[in-house]
Design a binder for this molecule. Structure first.
Ligand code: SF4
Length: 239
């Protein structure tokens, strides 16, 4: 680590993660913001496999097309039953139907928001039922292609360990925005590479520090035996 200033050290950390994990992820842009919103709401606090199965099941219920109108043709019970695999199906069904109602009542077509500046667009998304910071930022990046980094539980934990203390969502995001040029493709690849790195190496429990390139290059104060912040510097396990 030496005396490298924090932004420079974080830039090197991100570069290494991209070098080793960036080629193993593929960026897929979403053409349909409503569908991406539903997928993201269903993926909260569940595995990606179960979220995908829930989306497919809901799509079948809606005759193959996910739209607010089609979802509202079904009762809360029917929606909940179709997304049961994702867990918390009642709460999610209520949120989804409320979201659909708001979109239809306001006549709000998410595709038509594309011309808004990013801060205004983010504010509009955050006003919708079921949409928190991470969900809004996923839409901003993967549909609207804005250079905004969504921060999930893996990314919070990893960057907190790099810094050596627990960080809030906005702190993690600000740091990553400072070290990355504003390129949506690069943001998307970095987001996915960090998640992969968090699943395989910088795990919540038993991080594989001995196999971690950041440890080898002396860039992480939380590495096993590093003695600076230890893994207590990890992040809270909520998105
Ligand atoms: S050295 Fe350990 S704590 Fe630090 S980034 Fe690598 S796996 Fe995570």
């Amino acid at each position: 680590m030496g005396t490298l200033p924090l932004p420079e050290r974080l830039r090197k950390c991100v570069e290494l993660v991209l070098r080793f994990w960036g080629h193993r992820v593929s960026v897929e842009w979403s053409e349909d913001p409503f569908e991406l919103l539903v997928e993201t709401i269903l993926s909260q606090n569940t595995s990606s496999e179960n979220a995908e199965r829930a989306v497919e099941s809901l799509r079948r219920l809606c005759g193959g097309v996910l739209t607010p109108e089609r979802i509202l043709e079904h009762s809360t019970e029917e929606v909940a039953e179709s997304i049961r695999i994702a867990g918390m199906q009642w709460r999610r069904a209520v949120v989804l139907r409320r979201l659909c109602s708001v979109l239809l009542t306001q006549g709000l077509d998410l595709r038509r928001l594309s011309d808004l500046p990013t801060p205004e667009l983010r504010r509009r998304l955050l006003e919708l039922p079921g949409v928190g910071e991470k969900t809004a930022d996923i839409l901003l990046l993967f549909h609207y292609r804005r250079p905004v980094m969504p921060v999930d539980t893996h990314i919070t934990r990893i960057v907190s360990r790099w810094v050596g203390r627990r960080l809030r969502y906005s702190e993690v995001q600000d740091l990553l925005h400072r070290v990355l040029p504003p390129d949506p493709e690069l943001y998307a690849r970095t987001h996915l590479a960090l998640i992969q790195f968090g699943r395989e190496v910088c795990r919540a429990r038993s991080p594989q520090c001995s196999q971690c390139p950041l440890s080898i290059y002396g860039l992480c104060p939380s590495r096993c035996g590093g003695g600076v912040a230890g893994h207590g510097g990890g992040a809270p396990e909520r998105s």
